[in-house]
Write a protein that binds this ligand. Structure first.
Ligand code: TYM
Length: 327
């Protein structure tokens, strides 16, 4: 069985982009792959986090992932900081990654652009991500389009490590879904839907009420033409709705476009598909919220399983690199 790994940050709530670009594919994969899903709290602290809020957000994210369909009985759901080997491997991979290649990362450039203080961790963030992946001998990394460059970097670092120390690490591949890989903000469809969007009207949260979803989609920015056609460059707003509806119903945006003549109908169809997709998630989240202990137990079991594999990989890495065993 191939092994899949993909993580998500506990900063802000989960939005529709996370669900369509990543999460719903993880849910499908868990039946056909050995699946590992860390909640990457160490990545979240590359920007300041309120300690009490981080704790709450981490547990809430675990509940949200389980509500979305990740089943901790068949996949390994865990908190990154519970497995210390992530940072141990990150250090040795930092000694394999080039300063120049990290400086070329788009996400670093975008995120650091408006910051007064840029911590070193934000710069080395993609190497910690590489460690998350190779620690578990991952074959495939299912992610949204914004992570493509990070996974390519992971491959480069891993290949360089293996060239130096022998075939120690598995070189992973990314998998980006045909629809939903890049869900855009509904109000500014040239910007990706994101957790840190200041304005909520362009972001659909997993726990939004049906009427809120309908309102946000009805008000989504389109264009002054009247033709329903998939063309990201010329028609970003309409294309985004087609992409959302396609990803929510397992079709390509082009197939979806063939079924609509008017923007109003497309918006209604899109809103109803999203409402239907989110309804069971909200229900299950409410149930899980009544018993946080259940989620905490699942995370503890996940960390146990993850820790065993992580320990074995680090032992291989230490031996290959020539670190003296403790004796
Ligand atoms: P994060 O937490 O920003 O996002 C989690 C997943 O959601 C996808 N995604 C989107 N997909 C489509 N449209 C969007 N608008 C959208 N926004 C987010 C992301 O591509 C991602 O798959 N660095 C990663 C977390 C990470 C990770 C890893 C991922 C840490 N270690 C190891 C894979 C493997 C991040 O910040 O994702």
């Amino acid at each position: 069985m191939q092994r899949v790994l993909s993580g998500i940050q506990p900063s802000g709530d989960v939005h529709l982009g996370n669900l369509l670009g990543a999460l719903q594919n993880w849910v499908a994969d868990q039946h056909t792959h050995e699946s590992f899903h860390p909640i990457v709290d160490l990545h979240a602290v590359t920007v300041p986090q309120d300690p009490a809020e981080l704790q709450t957000a981490t547990l809430r994210l675990a509940q949200m992932l389980m509500a979305s369909g990740l089943d901790p009985d068949i996949c390994v759901l865990f908190v990154q900081s519970h497995v210390p080997e992530h940072t141990q491997l990150a250090w040795v991979l930092e000694c394999t990654a080039g300063f120049g290649e990290l400086r070329r990362m788009h996400q670093f450039k975008d995120k650091s652009a408006d910051m007064d203080f840029v911590c070193a961790g934000l710069f080395t963030y993609p190497v910690l991500q590489a460690a998350d992946i190779v620690l578990y001998d991952t074959d495939v990394v299912p992610v949204g389009d914004d992570q493509r460059q990070h996974i390519e970097l992971t491959r480069d670092i891993t290949q360089r490590f293996n060239a130096r120390y022998g075939e120690v690490l598995v070189v992973p591949e990314h998998r980006i879904p045909p629809a939903g890989a890049r869900v855009m903000d509904l109000q500014e469809p040239t910007r990706k839907m994101s957790k840190s969007a200041d304005e909520a009207p362009g972001t659909i949260w997993l726990l939004d009420e049906p009427d809120t979803v309908r309102r946000k989609i009805r008000r989504a920015v389109t264009d002054s033409e009247a033709e329903v056609r998939f063309d990201r460059e010329a028609k970003p707003g309409v294309s985004n709705l087609l992409e959302i509806l396609g990803a929510a119903t397992g079709r390509s945006p082009q197939e979806v476009a063939a079924g609509y003549d008017r923007y109003g109908e497309l918006k209604n169809g899109c809103a109803e598909a999203v409402v239907e997709l989110l309804a069971p998630i909200r229900r299950r989240f409410d149930e899980l919220s009544t018993d946080p202990g259940e989620t905490q137990r699942a995370l503890a079991a996940g960390a146990e399983t993850a820790g065993e594999i992580a320990t074995a990989t680090m032992a291989r890495v230490r031996e290959a690199m020539g670190f003296l065993p403790r004796g």
